[in-house]
Design a protein around this ligand. Structure first.
Ligand code: FAD
Length: 452
């Protein structure tokens, strides 16, 4: 085992790790990025199968901060399309626009049900004004803003499918990030006037790299991988060795090979709870206990190559129905024609689950069979049109924002803040429900601080 000294060691080569690596290497820092998987990009990578390119869940680029978009444009050198979003949600037997527009709600639900939705919204809006009721749970957050009907029809079934928990046990923070808008009226206004604004859910347009979202991480990695810098792919951080308020080194491994990596500063973007478990000596029992209370939701993506020119013209389709195994699907062709070939199309279908549950452990064959059966029952494709299929598993896809998660998170962040040469950044690394834009912004700000 040999020891190597670098100025900075970065744990994880997702968007967070690579963004900060770009900033620091541009400013002369010599660094090593250690990435467990054989690829860069983390959650925001694209995979290629038989010439078809898939994101692991469609990833668009959107930010209300112009400088973040400019940064991504600079990285990609203009290889970016501006796309007008079209998405639908399947409710009962109907597909309706998502986010909902007033006319599509009325035409899908009819005058009676549509009026009921509106009445329930008005009554909750009045109650909220009178009682100034906010509430801690996602359920309270939605009901007080959108009314019981919208909650029951739209928000409850989909959110419970994504999180695997009752909405009464999910923090209101999920609503702030996922829904964004503050009322049904604001939602309709945004959907009607196609306004781009603060909420990513309601953004009418977004940017997309023609060869898949993974191009961002791949281009960042090319920028970093120069001179004395190293990006070690397939190397896993096994131990984080610390003493007297400082990290001393990392024990990293690739198969039978082991190395000790010494650096002045360490930046972690790996799952926060995993980092806790890798600390040597171990952190105090109350910190280990707090880490056990924070969980991530896992994602299984089923990638299908389909012998058909096009299936839909949507970017995403949402499936809240409990009886359908998947929660969301996207057709890459509608994001960029360069993701498909030979006049055929493809589909990425997302199933949310918990790491180590039945879905996670099911064989690729079983899970694909279920997905294809549901897709054919829905009339989306016929099983004999599926020419190829692949399965990708992401163990730490979403931070599960359970009620009260903030206290456990604060405990962990408080503990790590005492280690002077360790910096935690990223969505997975800080347990935040963040988009790539938030992650890039945070990485740039953190780099600026370190370079001062
Ligand atoms: C289904 C889905 C759709 C999304 N859609 C969008 C979207 O449309 N727009 C948007 O802006 N954002 C979207 N996001 C969010 C976006 O993917 C994330 O914000 C971003 O990719 C997070 O990057 P990160 O670097 O913080 O984390 P990660 O990508 O999780 O990176 C962490 C890295 O650490 C590595 N690692 C883990 N353990 C170890 C170890 N022991 N040793 C070494 N390396 C290790 C992992 O392999 C990984 O590469 C979506 C997320 C999901 C799940």
């Amino acid at each position: 085992m040999k020891a190597d000294r670098r100025s900075v060691a970065i744990l994880g080569a997702g968007i967070a790790g690579l963004s900060i690596a770009c900033e620091l290497s541009e400013n002369g820092r010599v660094l090593t990025v250690v990435e467990k998987s054989p690829f860069v990009g983390g959650i925001a990578r694209s995979v290629e199968k038989d010439g078809f390119i898939f994101d692991l869940g469609g990833h668009r680029i959107y930010s209300d901060k112009k400088w973040v978009i400019e940064k991504v444009k600079n990285i990609l050198g203009g290889d970016l399309d501006l796309v007008s979003r079209k998405s639908r949600i399947r409710l009962g037997e109907r597909f309706i626009d998502y986010p909902p527009k007033p006319l599509s709600v009325l035409s899908s639900f009819g005058l009676w049900e549509g009026t009921n939705i509106l009445a329930s919204y008005i009554s909750s809006a009045v109650k909220t004004k009178v009682n100034a009721q906010k509430g801690d749970s996602f359920e309270q957050w939605v009901v007080s803003r959108f009314g019981t009907k919208m909650y029951e029809i739209f928000f409850k079934p989909y959110t419970e499918k994504v999180c695997g928990l009752p909405c009464s046990e999910i923090s209101a923070d999920w609503g702030v990030k996922r829904v964004g808008v503050e009322s049904l009226l604001q939602a309709f206004r945004k959907a009607l006037f196609q306004a781009n604004g603060l909420s990513r859910t309601y953004a009418a347009q977004f940017y997309y790299p023609r060869k898949g979202i993974g191009t961002i991480a791949a281009t960042m990695a090319d920028k970093v991988n120069k001179g004395d810098n190293r990006i070690l792919l397939g190397w896993e951080v096994k131990e984080v060795r610390w003493q007297q308020k400082a990290i001393e080194s990392l024990l990293i491994a690739n198969g039978d090979k082991q190395e000790e990596l010494v650096a002045d500063r360490f930046i972690s973007t790996i799952p926060l709870t995993l980092l806790v478990s890798l600390m040597r000596p171990a952190l105090p029992p109350d910190i280990l206990e707090a880490a056990l209370k924070l969980q991530y939701r896992a994602l299984v993506c089923i990638l299908l190559i389909v012998d058909k020119e096009r299936i839909t013209d949507d970017h995403w389709i949402y499936f809240p129905d409990k009886d359908i195994v998947f929660a969301r699907a996207h057709e890459p062709r509608n994001w960029s024609e360069e993701l498909v070939r030979d006049g055929r199309t493809s589909l990425c279908v997302e199933i949310l689950c918990s790491k180590d549950d039945q879905t996670w452990l099911a064989t690729d064959e079983i899970i694909t069979e279920k997905v294809v059966a549901d897709l054919s029952n829905l009339g989306i494709l016929n099983s004999d049109e599926v020419m190829g299929s692949f399965v990708e598993r992401i163990p730490y896809a979403y931070p599960l924002l359970k009620l009260g998660y903030q206290d456990h998170l604060a405990e962990l962040m408080g503990c790590f803040s005492q280690i002077e040469n360790l910096h935690l950044i990223g969505r997975t690394g800080t347990f935040k429900y963040w988009g790539m834009d938030d992650v890039i912004e945070e990485a740039v700000l953190a780099a600026n601080k370190m370079l001062r």
